[in-house]
Design a protein around this ligand. Structure first.
Ligand code: AMP
Ligand code: GLY
Length: 425
């Protein structure tokens, strides 16, 4: 079976790795892929937003299944386009991807269906948005409605910062169209956790939760990033909490999309804020998380291909996910300056060829932003590698992941040293 994976990050490398372990032995392609993905798949140089290019390739190469990694092509409608040409593709259509493409759409959905979330207002006019700040305490959260590459959220400590954020988004248009509409939201305290789920429109099947470390520096200091590391299973979400999440958050999602007639097949990523007994939804994404995927798929015993097919055929209710007992830790090695300006093109020293066995404990060097150059592999993004290892317990997984980090180096590399520990703030 010929499978195309759209994307070029650690998430897509982990998807490709997991698929390469399928007993059905699929023939893998990736667009555009990266130097690591190239070890398990044929990479074709088509960018993720070139929908016509992707379609053209899928038709000509007789691709039988396409799996979409990142949000951009989903929000642009790649699934609608492929399906209109009779192609099999995994991910929500444009109408379902709005859960990630519009914060206002998600907040209205949450409110309508009684799913707990922070109080909010949506505005399209600067004056009204500034006036609305009076109804909120500080800190207040200002969000650009549309996609902003993970940068469209400002937590404003006071009115001056909040007003500036509104001016930047709505008048200076620092996020382009994405900031023409803004959501002003009450600040929630607590611990964040992400629950990723397969959804076939009728059934929502959660994966074992992973914990992400979003801030750039140790101790959760610095700017928000795409994620600097993860571990799984979560220390935060135990079985009791998971069952509450299922009843109070996940089941109402299915009822809600059915009532509203919103099509959704693919992955729903639920970002939660947990504060004692209080659980609130912070956001929905319409795809797997990065680097959540790196620690999750490696622990899943099921054949990913079977689960993807069951989702597409609306048979998820027949699937039971099984998990390896080992814990997994992923440490992101990034290029200095990330998530702001950083340089690319540094040669990576000491990088081993990818290990393919499912049953060993790694380390697995998932490539997030790399490219092949004449004398080896070079950095090609802010996040460069997702170094992942398994261990009998979290401590052991952590030790093995950090040992693996030590054997690799590149100029200006940076990584957090506290992935897999509990951060008390
Ligand atoms: P989002 O893209 O909506 O998940 O926001 C990005 C990050 O901003 C989240 O991961 C949180 O760390 C933070 N955040 C978003 N909304 C809130 C909120 N209402 N209260 C506190 N923190 C928030
Ligand atoms: N790691 C967070 C995300 O993928 O959105």
């Amino acid at each position: 079976m010929k499978i195309l994976i759209i994307g070029s990050g650690g998430r897509e490398h982990a998807i490709a790795h997991k698929l390469s372990l399928s007993p059905r032995n699929p023939e893998l392609y990736a667009a555009p892929g990266n130097a690591g993905i190239a070890e398990v798949a044929t990479c074709v140089n088509i960018q993720v937003d070139d929908l016509e290019g992707l379609l053209d390739f899928a038709v000509k190469a007789k691709i039988e299944l396409t799996i979409v990694g990142p949000e951009l092509p989903l929000v642009m409608g790649v699934v609608d386009l492929f399906e209109s040409h009779g192609l099999n593709i995994f991910g929500p259509k444009k109408a379902g991807a709005l859960f990630e493409g519009s914060k206002d759409f998600t907040k209205a959905f949450l409110l309508r269906h009684g799913i707990p979330t922070a109080k909010y207002e949506t505005h399209t006019k600067l004056d009204a948005a500034i006036a609305a700040l009076k109804g909120f305490d500080y800190p207040v959260v200002i969000k650009a409605d549309g996609l902003a590459a993970g940068k469209g959220v400002v937590i404003a400590e006071n009115q001056r910062v909040a007003e500036q954020a509104l001016i930047d988004m709505m008048t200076n248009r620092v996020f382009g169209d994405a900031g023409d509409c803004v959501v002003i939201e009450a600040f929630l305290k607590g611990v964040e956790a992400s629950v990723l789920c397969f959804v076939d429109g009728k059934t929502i099947l959660p994966l074992q939760p992973a914990q992400d470390y979003k801030k750039a520096f140790d101790g959760d200091e610095g700017l928000n990033t795409g994620g600097m590391g993860t571990y799984s299973p979560s220390m935060i979400i135990d079985e009791g909490l998971m069952s509450r999440i299922q009843h109070e958050i996940l089941d109402p999602f299915i009822t809600g999309i059915q009532q509203d007639g919103i099509p959704f097949k693919g992955i729903l990523f639920v970002g939660l804020m947990i504060d004692g007994d209080d659980i609130n939804v912070l956001e929905y994404n319409a795809r797997l998380g990065d680097p959540e995927t790196e620690v999750t798929l490696i622990r899943m015993e099921n054949d990913l291909l079977e689960v993807v097919e069951a989702t597409l055929e609306e048979r998820l209710s027949e699937i039971t996910l099984k998990w390896r007992p080992e814990h997994a830790v992923c440490v992101i090695m990034a290029s200095g300056g990330y998530p702001e300006a950083y340089e690319k093109g540094f040669l990576i020293e000491g990088l081993p060829v990818f290990s393919l066995s499912e049953h060993d404990l790694g380390p697995f060097y998932y490539h997030c932003g790399t490219k092949r150059v004449l004398d080896g592999v070079a950095t090609n993004g802010g996040r460069v590698l997702g170094v992942t290892a398994l261990g009998e317990d979290l401590r052991e997984a952590r030790r093995r992941a950090y040992d693996a980090v030590k054997s690799v180096s590149f100029e200006k590399m940076m990584f957090r040293k506290d992935i897999g520990t509990l951060i008390q703030k």
